[in-house]
Design a protein. Structure first.
Length: 191
């Protein structure tokens, strides 16, 4: 073997090693990003379930006093029942956003009832749901950041080659369908 062929063989071997190393590290980075998205979504689902578990308690606590605003209570109850973790991200996001809007509307109505507003159980439930709304917003932001990183990464070289090879496609952001965010008309009359 001549020194020139030895050097050429070494260069080809080094180039192959670098290429394999690059592909393996890119593959592992994409897998890690996919796992991060799945974890972030699971954390959102936990917070959504906690919120949905608290909503019937709040509705029950205010139902008797709020006889004129039954439509607000029915909207919260209907949206709570509509949420399912088996739905696609887009549908879950739309239901979550609509539920948030309905809960805010319920809180605004509660403000019109001084006796209701002063009840300790209503205050406690309201505080817990508001805390969970904050948790959901934070987790949604983390999820969307993870989706952004993943979608960006699989669109760049060399990851785009692996994405095509493994069938990795971009993930959906957590955003609601604008049609699902329309607020229902509710007449706020005093009792």
């Amino acid at each position: 073997m001549t020194p020139t062929s030895l050097a050429a063989g070494f260069a080809v071997g080094l180039l192959l090693f670098i290429l394999v190393f690059l592909l393996v590290t890119t593959y592992n980075a994409i897998v890690a990003l996919r796992q991060r998205i799945d974890k972030a979504w699971a954390n959102i689902e936990v917070a959504l379930k906690q919120r949905h578990d608290e909503l019937p308690n709040l509705v029950a606590a205010v139902r008797g006093v709020m006889s004129f605003e039954q439509s607000v209570l029915e909207q919260v109850t209907r949206l709570r029942a509509a949420w399912s973790p088996d739905q696609p991200v887009r549908r879950q996001a739309a239901t979550s956003e609509a539920t948030t809007a309905a809960v805010r509307q319920l809180f605004a109505v509660v403000e019109n009832y001084p006796t209701l507003k002063s009840q300790a159980n209503v205050q406690s439930l309201q505080a817990e749901i508001e805390r969970l709304e904050g948790v959901i917003a934070d987790r949604r932001e983390l999820y969307n950041d993870s989706v952004y990183r993943y979608n960006t990464r699989i669109a760049q070289l060399p990851a785009v080659l692996l994405a095509g090879l493994f069938g990795w496609t971009s993930r959906e952001f957590f955003k609601a369908d604008p049609a699902d965010l329309e607020r229902p008309d509710v007449a706020l009359t005093a009792a």
